[in-house]
Design a protein around this ligand. Structure first.
Ligand code: ADP
Ligand code: MG
Length: 350
């Protein structure tokens, strides 16, 4: 008897959840999205949507019962909810991985334990810890958990900034040495359930105000760094026994040192260009891996550049006449708040 495709549950209905659902549709996979946002974009792409708070156990159970395997679009879902779901259905990537990568301190300690370099860092619990580390300056203080797009970060450029910082320390922080950046790159890998692993080529990223602004391939880096970044990302995925698509963000400093910045246990914003640049996108690869479908060798088709569209900039794009090498994706968000990711444009560059 032919194997039937599993039904896929996706937690989170934003742009990544939508792009996952749309990749699943292409593979003839039924999708059910669980989201706490009643305006979620994913309703246009999935087969079924359940809108409920993640702590609504009845709705979470209903969601779980409808699907064969569960994944998520963002890692900050309460871990106990993922663990509850995992008691009855497989959850990929495994929830235990989130415990490590949700926490900047555990994440960096894990990466260093693999003999892979990160920025210098120290845990910070209070003002006294911080004051004793003024020699780290210039530095960045970050909340240990729940930060994204630069939220919960304080740049401390000099010792006065250390003295002046007035925060309550009601949560744990990490102090990182600020890197004199030459470049930032990311590497997206997908690991299948049988251990097959593939890596996309490094993507060069430009951030503005700590938010990803542009991603492009090919990254303008040496062959040595190209291969080293791919190797490290694969080692990290293997050591995590990862299933699905994940991303490793790297810093390259002015001395050409490669440093891991962070691990995203999910499809990644910098990989949106894979939709137009490769035979199989990061989203399709994720769906294939978590649903245990056939692995298809990866082939690059184009070089490309992706631009994130923030806030009211989206208005310019809504009625823009696109060139044949341009692909616009509108996240259809109602309110164009400043610095909010509203959509993206991918441009084929060859
Ligand atoms: P987020 O979880 O918000 O993505 P990141 O730690 O990746 O947080 O920081 C966002 C951006 O801020 C980075 O991509 C980089 O541009 C800048 N940044 C963060 N940490 C450092 C650092 N230690 N040195 C230099 N730049 C940094
Ligand atoms: Mg980041």
């Amino acid at each position: 008897m032919a194997k039937t495709n599993p039904a896929l549950g996706i937690i989170g209905g934003g742009q990544s959840g939508s792009l996952l659902a749309s990749a699943a549709k292409k593979l003839n996979i039924y999708t059910v999205v669980l989201t706490d946002d009643n305006q979620a974009l994913a309703k246009h792409f999935c087969n079924e949507i359940i809108t409920a708070g993640y702590s609504d156990s009845t709705k979470v159970r209903e969601f779980t019962n409808k699907v064969d395997v569960v994944t998520f679009e963002f890692e900050n879902i309460p871990i106990n909810i993922l663990e509850t779901i995992a008691q009855s259905k497989p959850v990929f990537p495994r929830p235990a991985i989130n415990k490590i990568v949700q926490n900047r301190l555990l994440e960096k300690q894990f990466v260093n334990s693999l003999n892979i370099q990160t920025t210098l860092f120290e845990p910070i619990k209070n003002k006294l810890d911080l004051s004793s580390l003024k020699h780290f300056s210039p530095a960045i203080l970050k909340t240990n958990t729940l930060g994204y797009d630069g939220k919960g970060q304080y740049v401390l450029n000099n010792q006065k900034d250390f003295d002046d910082l007035d925060i309550s320390f009601d949560q744990d922080y990490i102090l990182e040495k600020k890197i004199d950046l030459d470049k930032e790159i990311s590497v997206i890998v997908t690991r299948y359930q049988d251990g097959t692993i593939i890596s996309y080529e490094p993507i060069e990223n430009v951030h503005k105000d700590q938010i990803l602004n542009q991603s492009s391939i090919p990254a303008n880096i040496s062959k040595n760094l190209f291969e080293k970044a791919q190797d490290q990302a694969k080692i990290i995925a293997e050591k995590l026994d990862y299933v699905g698509t994940m991303c490793v963000e790297y810093f390259i400093d002015k001395k050409n040192n490669l440093l891991v910045n962070e691990i995203a246990p999910r499809v990644h914003n910098s990989g949106h260009l894979t939709i137009n640049a490769f035979n199989i996108s990061q989203f399709e690869n994720h769906v294939r891996a978590v649903c245990d479908l056939e692995f298809v060798p990866l082939k690059k088709i184009h070089n490309a550049k992706m631009i994130n569209i923030l806030g009211s900039e989206i208005l310019k794009y809504k009625n823009k006449k696109l060139n044949t090498n341009e692909f616009f994706f509108d996240y259809l968000k109602k309110e164009a708040k400043p610095n909010r990711k509203m959509g993206h444009l991918t441009i084929i560059t060859d």
